[in-house]
Design a protein around this ligand. Structure first.
Ligand code: SAM
Length: 363
């Protein structure tokens, strides 16, 4: 059975567990498995399930919360106890000061009572400092928005589950179709989700995740210096997505101000030269963590890049950044991109249609 922690929360551009499993099986190494762009933690968690030590980092608090919850979970009883404690102290915070657009959005996105419970949890969960609160926050992120007409376990009005649609667009769409936010009892849903997720036991090994830019990974995880033998990763693609914008509602739940410039910042990589410079800096950030010999597996796509260009630039950037001898087993395996919900929203223009998997050996 698929481990139930894998799908705690959907994430745009996640790769399948089978991809990680295949590359772990192909590796002859046994050191730490690392993912510098860990997203929802597929590499880190799958490596733990395979009995390997594993770690990751990501810039996004959403990625860090989900990966941390999966890879270093508390005991089920601690979560149940904390949910009881939170529910018994439930008091609805007064409505926050928000722009008219946001007020309309939240009023249409959540039933008033559900919105009160969501705001209470947003204010109460100390997810960066408590493993128990982080696990509950990760469950909330997975339930915050989705196809609530299909499942009773989403808090919101109908929305995609992978990305958060923009506020004005969402309100227009709900109005046009007459969709109204259902009353959802947040605590009952969370208790159901705890039962569901813990039907598969957490792995014995624990993993770690740092909220860090890949370019400074060695500063965030200095104790891993020289210990990483396998990197299995997928960096942000050229001209494909803006992770912050796509995850704005989940970032809000984790404490971000929805009006901040940070939330609007387009972190997308649009310029080829700058993109390869960025990836080279990422390998430089990871390089001190690598063992004497290491395998680096990269899944990469992007509309404006040919396979040959990706291969050549990856090879050059890894060799340049590490100053090591780099060899490859083959010239890459190409797979079509699955038709995902997020891709349908974005249209073909904005999404890569194929991805390539490259494997490098660094000595
Ligand atoms: C293609 S996704 C990885 C998805 C992941 N493989 C999974 O299965 O969920 C790329 C990730 O890179 C993160 N990211 C973007 N720029 C970054 C940076 N400079 N340092 C670290 N992470 C970054 C994004 O937040 C995103 O989670």
């Amino acid at each position: 059975m698929r481990h139930r922690f894998h799908s705690i929360c959907p994430y745009f551009a996640m790769f399948p567990e089978a991809f990680v499993e295949k590359h772990l099986a192909a590796s002859r190494f046994s050191g730490v498995v690392f993912d510098p762009f860990c997203g929802r933690g597929t590499t880190v968690f799958e490596a733990l399930l395979n009995g390997r030590q594993a770690a990751g980092c990501d810039l996004s608090p959403v990625a860090v919360c989900i990966t941390g919850a999966k890879c270093d979970p508390p005991a089920r009883e601690e979560i149940c106890f904390r949910l009881d404690e939170l529910e018994s102290s439930l008091s609805i915070p007064s409505p926050p000061f928000l722009s008219d657009e946001m007020v309309k959005f939240f009023a249409a996105c959540f039933h008033a009572d559900t919105y009160g419970e969501v705001r209470f949890l947003r204010a109460s969960l100390d997810w960066r400092n408590s493993r128990v609160d982080r696990f509950i926050a990760a469950l909330c992120l997975g339930a915050l928005h989705g196809e609530s007409h299909r499942s009773p376990n989403y808090f919101s009005n109908r929305m995609p589950r992978t990305i958060s649609t923009k506020p004005a667009y969402s309100v227009r769409w709900w109005d046009m179709h007459g969709y109204v936010a259902p009353r959802r009892c947040v605590f009952a849903i969370l208790r159901y989700l705890v039962d569901f997720r813990f039907r598969t036991l957490p792995p014995k090994e624990r993993g770690e995740v740092a909220e860090s830019d890949a370019r400074t990974a060695f500063l965030a995880l200095p104790h891993l210096e020289g210990k990483v033998t396998d990197i299995i990763t997928s960096p942000p693609y050229l001209d494909t997505t803006n992770y912050r914008e796509d995850q704005w509602l989940r970032l809000w739940f984790l404490g971000e101000d929805p009006h901040s410039n940070q939330a609007r910042d387009d972190g997308r990589h649009c310029n080829k030269t700058l993109y390869w410079r960025f990836l080279r800096a990422a390998w430089e950030g990871v390089s001190p963590l690598l063992a004497q010999q290491a395998r680096i597996v990269v899944r990469i796509g992007g509309r404006k890049l040919s396979k040959e260009e990706m291969f050549a630039n990856l090879l050059e950037s890894i060799a340049g950044a590490t100053g090591r001898h780099v060899t490859t087993a083959d010239d890459g395996v190409t797979t079509p991109v699955r038709r995902t919900q997020a891709n349908s929203f974005r249209g073909t223009k904005a999404s890569a249609t194929v991805e390539h998997d490259f494997c490098f050996l660094v000595k």
